[in-house]
Structures are given as structure tokens and as C-alpha cells.
Design a protein. Structure first.
Length: 563
């Protein structure tokens, strides 16, 4: 009730009392004549008071009418701000669509029941609302066990390109490890202003030093794993346009839906292995991205990603053999070009340019075409005259698709070909070699991850074949020895890396009040074949490995996406 309405109520009450008094003082109901209980002057005063109060009532009515007009004028402006309390989208986090992405705040909790435990009956809110921002938790707690038939020394993540041969010391040892490193913590922030939808996303885990806790000897009695940044980006969208900036899954990573950067809309396998599947094209790289959505069935995106001039040697992949004089020169390997270093110090000429066109004709199908352009520049420290430069443009392209062939069964295939884009195959292939004259020559490589995912009640069953294939590219050094990539030295460079994987993911329990519990299994057979095998050495290195993972998903965090 407004102040004006309260005043009007009291005035009406006063008038009622005054009218009754006037009736009693001014006339005798029985005789119809003048009252014997009051004087004529008293009646006149009461009548004057009534008239004044009637005028005050009219003034209040006029003020209320003006107030209503003002409220009616403000109503459209309030409606225009309704984007801050949009209804829930079909799935929390659909940023890469033309529909609004800001989820509504959680519904108020129901009143406590008359009997029983109200805490058990009332669902927990999925979000925290602060002003116009909705904050949703992202995270889970993992306990992972991995057993391998040989010991690659890489913790719960597999370095596919460097698994040991059976005739070396590590190849004769088996290993079993427990780890909590894949546990994850983060949040997403949804808001909007003036018709723009804003989504911020943060995700971290404990894989900062994969397989090796810091300070060396602490692994004997303690495992203080390093908390690291996985994803940290902001996405702004309005109408059909979308813009993103920050560290995100690279646009080259295959999508399950559109060109969305959200983890649930991407394909990076269902594997427990934190390095995923051999042959998968992916990256988590600082990126600027712009996307245009042609309705809900097609989208086109362009991105600029951090570049890294790469000659192999990272993530277990084999490095090229450089010219002897260049290898001996300072400020070349891992300062001018990356030869497997984990430090960002190589001189990147320009960002990688990526484009993707995606089609979603229905919920049962997704098809996309992606391409990347990579530009590298090298300064030869031993040339005459000194520091002559050479620039080379390379890149690669992908064709990815997934189809739900029948209810609960989806077929997926992701295929990549490149000339100078091996870095995007988890660093398993080099981008280029360096000739003796300081010029660059691109290395051709290809990869695939093809398989299926099937949902059977509370269990997801999956199986994939992954392969990496690297072509040779060789030249002669000034000494007459072969350099580059290929059959140069025994176990020097890989020709092929292949992995067959199958696994399950079972939801044991799930409830919004306390989270979810999943039990996961994975078995993989991995094999790598070098370009050159000499003497009695094995023709390949191979291992079998099994993972078991128990995951507790935090309340309010989005459940793992099946497909």
C-alpha cells in the first residue's frame, strides 16, 4: 500500500466518524427537528470540516491518478530489463546459440514441511545470485588409478610418442599409480546488459606438473600437486554475433554442437586419460574468437590463437634432427624455435588463424569443417651474411562429424590433415624441419579419432580408434649426414602412433542436493612404430593400460555430458 493510499484510508475513517457526529448533533431522528443535544454553531463547524476533508480527498485522488500515470510510463522500461531474469535455457550454458544464455536465478526454496526433515525435502539451489550475476559452480573430485604394462614415467597422462620398448629397462617394469590430479574446480558467471549476454568461465585442475609433485623429494611422503589454469575466458553475444577472449579450448578442437567453447559442447573423448586419445586434435590456448550464427542450424567462427614455431619433442613426440652447426649455435633451439620446451620463449611471428563452419541439421547430427594457417620465421645464425631469415606458411584442415544412428547410439569421426600443423595433434608431429642452408620445409602429418558412444540406462559405453601418421622429410647436412625427420637413427622419429580404447562411465547416484557419483573404467592398447629399426631391436613399442576413476561431482556443477 502506498503512502497516498494509507492517507486516503485514514481520511475516510475520519469522515465516517464526523458524519455520525454531525447526524447526532444536527437532527433528532425521531422528530425530524433540531437536536436538543447540540447547538447550531457546532453543526456549522462540523459541516465546514466535512467540506474541507472532502476537498482533501479529491486532492489525494488526483495525486494517486498522477502516480499511476508515472508507474504506467515506467513499466516498459522495466520490461526492457527483463533480460536479467530470463527463463532457464534448455541446458545451462548454451552460449553458442542465438538464444539468451543468462540462466534465471534459482527458484525459492519451499517452506519447511510440517513434519519430517525439511533439509532432505528441499532441493539445493543450483546457482548463487549476486545482483544481476548468476554464479554456478564447476568442479568434481577424482580419485584415479592407472596400471600400465610398461613404465613411461608420465603419471596419469600418457605420453603417446615415447612409450618404452620392451628391451629397455623401463620396458621391463610395470606400474600402478593413484592420483587426485584430475580433480577440478571453477565457476561460470552469467549476466547481461543492454541486450548483451555475458558469460565468464573459469576452470582449474592439479596437473600443473604432470606426474611429478614439486620439490622432488616430497613425492616420498607427500603429493602437493600444483593448482593450474585450464580455462579462463569471457564470451559476449548479442543477436547472431558472439565474441570470445581468453584461454579456451582452441577452435580446432572438434565440437559436438555448433562452435561453442563450453566443455560440454566439445569432443575430447570420454577417456579417463588426461591426455585423452592419440590422434585427437586439440589445444587450450589464449584466443580471440568471433562467431556468427545462422539460426540454430549453422555457425561460422574465426579465431586468432597463440602460435608456437615447433620442431617436435614435446608431449612425448619425436623432434627433428637439425643441422649440426645450427644445433651448436646458441639462442636457436627452444629460444628461437620450440624443440620440446615447456617454456614460452620461441619467437612467434604472428597468431595462428583458424576458421570453422559447423552445421547442426538436427539434434542427431553435427558436421564441421575447420582449417588453420600457421606462419613460421627462422633466422639462421650461421648463414653468410649472418642472420638471414626464411618464412614459411603451413597449416591443416579437419572434417569432423557425429551422427546418432539410432536412439542412444552415436557414431563419431574426427579427421585431420596438415602440412606444418603437427603441433595441433597434441604435439606428436613437428611442423617443419630446418635445412642446412637455414630454410624451412614443412612436415606432413595426419590423424583420426573414430568410434562410437552408446548410452544404456545409467551407463555410457564408448570405443575409439586413434591414429597419428607422420611423413618423412629429410635433407643432407653440410657434413653429408641426413637431417630432418624420418629414418635417420634407430628410434629417432615415429612413423605412426595408434591407440584402441574402450570404456564405461556409470552414474551410481545423482541428486541436486548433494551432487553426483560416477564410476569409470578405461582400457587402452597403445603402439608406436619408428621410421627406423636396426639390429635386433623391436619393430615397435607397445603397452596395455587400464584406468579406474571414482568421481564426485559438486552440487550445482553441470553433470558430465554423455553426447
Amino acid at each position: 500500500m502506498t503512502t497516498g493510499q494509507r492517507r486516503l484510508k485514514w481520511v475516510r475513517a475520519a469522515l465516517t466518524v464526523a458524519f455520525c457526529a454531525a447526524t447526532m448533533l444536527g437532527a433528532d431522528p425521531a422528530s425530524g427537528g433540531a437536536s436538543n443535544n447540540g447547538s447550531s454553531s457546532d453543526v456549522q463547524e462540523l459541516r465546514a470540516l466535512l467540506a474541507a476533508q472532502q476537498r482533501q480527498i479529491e486532492q489525494l485522488r488526483t495525486a494517486l491518478a498522477e502516480q499511476k500515470k508515472v508507474i504506467d510510463k515506467l513499466a516498459p522500461a522495466q520490461d526492457s530489463n527483463a533480460r536479467f531474469s530470463l527463463p532457464n535455457t534448455p541446458k545451462l550454458g548454451e552460449v553458442a546459440t542465438t538464444s539468451p544464455v543468462l540462466p534465471a536465478g534459482p527458484a525459492p526454496l519451499p517452506a519447511p514441511a510440517a513434519s519430517g526433515n525439511a533439509a532432505d525435502e528441499a532441493p539445493a539451489p543450483l546457482q548463487l545470485k549476486l545482483g544481476n550475476v548468476s554464479i554456478s559452480p564447476v568442479g568434481f573430485m577424482d580419485m584415479t588409478s592407472v596400471s600400465r604394462s610398461t613404465n613411461p614415467g608420465s603419471g596419469i597422462g600418457t605420453n603417446f610418442g615415447s612409450i618404452p620398448y620392451g628391451n629397455v629397462q623401463l620396458g621391463t617394469l610395470t606400474e600402478t599409480r593413484f592420483s587426485i590430479q584430475n580433480s577440478r574446480l571453477g565457476a561460470r558467471f552469467d549476466t547481461g546488459f543492454h541486450g548483451y549476454n555475458v558469460l565468464g568461465y573459469w576452470e582449474s585442475d592439479f596437473l600443473g606438473q604432470l606426474g611429478n609433485p614439486p620439490n622432488g623429494g616430497l613425492a616420498v611422503s607427500s603429493n602437493p600437486y600444483v593448482f593450474r589454469m585450464r580455462l579462463y575466458w569471457v564470451d559476449v553475444s548479442k543477436n547472431n554475433w558472439e565474441f570470445l577472449a581468453g584461454q579456451t579450448w582452441s577452435l580446432m578442437t572438434p565440437n559436438r554442437k555448433g562452435v561453442s567453447p563450453l566443455p560440454g559442447d566439445l569432443f575430447y573423448s570420454q577417456d579417463i586419460d588426461v591426455n585423452y586419445q592419440a590422434g585427437l586434435v586439440w589445444g587450450r590456448i589464449p584466443e580471440f574468437r568471433a562467431a556468427y550464427h545462422f539460426g540454430d542450424k549453422a555457425a561460422f567462427a574465426v579465431a586468432l590463437d597463440n602460435s608456437e614455431p615447433y620442431i617436435g619433442g614435446g608431449n612425448g613426440g619425436s623432434a627433428v634432427t637439425p643441422p649440426a652447426a645450427i644445433a651448436a649455435a646458441s639462442n636457436v633451439i627452444n629460444t628461437q624455435i620450440n624443440g620440446g620446451s615447456s617454456v614460452i620463449s620461441a619467437a612467434a611471428l604472428m597468431p595462428d588463424v583458424i576458421a570453422k563452419l559447423a552445421f547442426d541439421p538436427s539434434k542427431r547430427a553435427h558436421i564441421e569443417f575447420a582449417g588453420v594457417m600457421v606462419t613460421d620465421k627462422f633466422s639462421d645464425p650461421v648463414s653468410t651474411p649472418a642472420f638471414q631469415t626464411n618464412t614459411k606458411v603451413g597449416g591443416g584442415g579437419s572434417v569432423n562429424a557425429s551422427f546418432e544412428l539410432f536412439k542412444g547410439f552415436r557414431f563419431l569421426t574426427n579427421n585431420y590433415w596438415s602440412a606444418g600443423g603437427g603441433r595441433y595433434i597434441f604435439g606428436q608431429a613437428p611442423d617443419f624441419i630446418i635445412r642446412a642452408d637455414g630454410t624451412l620445409s614443412l612436415v606432413h602429418s595426419a590423424s583420426t579419432v573414430t568410434g562410437f558412444e552408446a548410452q544404456a540406462r545409467k551407463t555410457l559405453v564408448y570405443a575409439y580408434y586413434g591414429g597419428v601418421f607422420i611423413d618423412k622429410n629429410m635433407a643432407l647436412d653440410t657434413t653429408g649426414k641426413p637431417i630432418g625427420y624420418g629414418p635417420i637413427s634407430s628410434d629417432g622419429q615415429n612413423r605412426a602412433i595408434q591407440e584402441i580404447t574402450f570404456g564405461t562411465n556409470t552414474t551410481l547416484a545423482k541428486d541436486p542436493k548433494w551432487g553426483g557419483l560416477n564410476l569409470m573404467f578405461q582400457f587402452s592398447y597403445l603402439q608406436r612404430n619408428p621410421w627406423l629399426v636396426t639390429g635386433t631391436n623391436p619393430t615397435n613399442a607397445h603397452l596395455s593400460m587400464g584406468f579406474v576413476n571414482l568421481r564426485y561431482t559438486l552440487p550445482g556443477a553441470p553433470a558430465p555430458k554423455m553426447f
